[in-house]
Ligand binder design. Structure first.
Ligand SMILES: [Zn+2]
Length: 397
């Protein structure tokens, strides 16, 4: 927690103003602010936005620092999962080092709040969690990291995984993860009952990967809604991807979206161009909390991505056919303040009293900043300068 005066910025693309951060919080926004003894940074008329928020990524298993990964992986989900476990084993991938590289690259782009899913399985046990917990400790004060204990290889199909997820919740994980209850474990009731039981035992929330589309996804969503009611977990269960909310049967998908609003289920998207996705405007119109994320990148899953949430705002806009400036600003909000709200942070906004996370972006307007996504001149976390000219000040291992 520290203090900083940023001179001549344009908060949210508006009129030029100074931004004063005191003790980690935005204390004032206005012209010609005075603050004796507080260090100053010159924004040079750049646009100031809140810290970017990545609500869905995988920091423990990227291959940053390794040669380009030649992807020859089979088409099924299980091919990718089995291949990844093999590669991690063969490279003896260090989850702490890889997560440092991943998070610091994203910090250079201005991401100051992250929710990461971390693989928990019977092969590596809690090693990935321990590595990411170490990274969280090393980067405290620069970036906030929330950890989901994620059964990437399935929960019930590999006996012992339920116990490991349970142990992860006592070893630093913040949320219980899940994965395609029908498609992965072929036992949706067993899968969901297990993760809701662990969440209830530890008093934690849930974030489920749900790639299942159409009717199958709708069925899984229904089972999730049932359990939110039964366990009284309104507002505590998020669904990542939720492709079924983008299914063409708009009556059916709207009914699911309305349930998400009623039970306060945040939806977290990576806006992939290759899949039907929940529509941004429909979710926001229904009052559903909505965040975005870069997912994994530089990994064995696919060649795309770099960790930049400003670029993700552009992809989100393209995926949702958002063209007007005010619409592109909505996409940016999902990647900043809206995403933070989906993670229960109501104070992540560039307003007096808000958290002092500020990113200086290039552009004439917010939409220009999103579309250009040029290197960020400055990244500030709670009043502390943590990155300049696109690179974190802390050097990755
Ligand atoms: Zn994911």
């Amino acid at each position: 927690m520290t203090s900083l005066l940023i001179r001549n910025a344009r908060p949210m693309g508006g009129e030029t103003a100074d931004i004063l951060i005191r003790d980690g919080r935005v204390a004032a926004i206005g012209p010609d602010l005075q603050a004796e003894g507080v260090p100053e940074e010159q924004a040079g008329g750049r646009i100031a936005i809140p810290g970017l928020v990545d609500t869905h990524t995988h920091v423990d298993k990227g291959l940053i620092g390794y040669p380009w990964y030649v992807n020859e992986v089979g088409p099924r989900l299980i091919d990718k999962i089995d291949n990844e476990r093999r590669v991690k084993r063969e490279l003896a991938l260090d989850p702490h080092i890889q997560s440092m590289r991943h998070v610091l690259q994203c910090l250079g782009y201005g991401t100051t709040l992250v929710r990461t899913h971390v693989d928990i399985d019977t092969e590596q046990g809690l090693a990935a969690l321990e590595g990411v917990v170490e990274t969280r400790r090393a980067l405290a004060g620069q970036v906030e990291i929330e950890i989901v204990a994620f059964p990437q290889s399935g929960l019930l199909r590999r006996p012992g995984t339920v116990e490991l997820i349970d142990a992860a919740m006592s070893a630093g994980a913040d949320l219980v993860g899940g994965l395609d209850p029908c498609g992965m474990d072929r036992d949706p009731k067993g899968h969901l009952d297990a993760i809701f039981a662990i969440a209830e035992k530890h008093g934690k929330g849930i974030d489920i990967h749900l790639h299942e589309g159409g009717e199958m996804g709708a069925f899984s969503m229904d089972l999730i809604f049932e359990r939110i009611r039964a366990h009284d977990m309104r507002g505590k269960v998020a669904v990542s991807h939720a492709f079924c909310l983008g299914m063409p049967d708009w009556n059916a998908s709207q009914a699911l979206i309305d349930q998400c609003a009623e039970l306060d289920v945040p939806i977290l998207t990576t806006a992939p161009p290759s899949r039907e996705v929940p529509a941004l405007k429909r979710l926001l119109a229904a009052g559903v909390r909505f965040g975005a994320g870069v997912d994994g990148f530089r990994d064995t899953w696919g060649p795309y991505g770099n960790g930049d949430m400003l670029e993700r705002a552009m992809l989100l806009g393209m995926r949702n056919n958002l063209r007007r400036d005010d619409e592109v600003a909505m996409a940016l909000d999902v990647c900043t303040t809206g995403g933070a709200l989906a993670m229960d942070r109501a104070d992540h906004a560039l307003v007096v009293g808000g958290r002092g996370d500020v990113v200086l972006a290039e552009g004439e307007s917010l939409a220009d900043a999103v579309v250009s996504h040029a290197p960020r001149a400055l990244v500030v976390t709670a009043g502390r300068v943590v990155a300049r000219n696109g690179a974190s000040l802390t050097v990755a291992p």
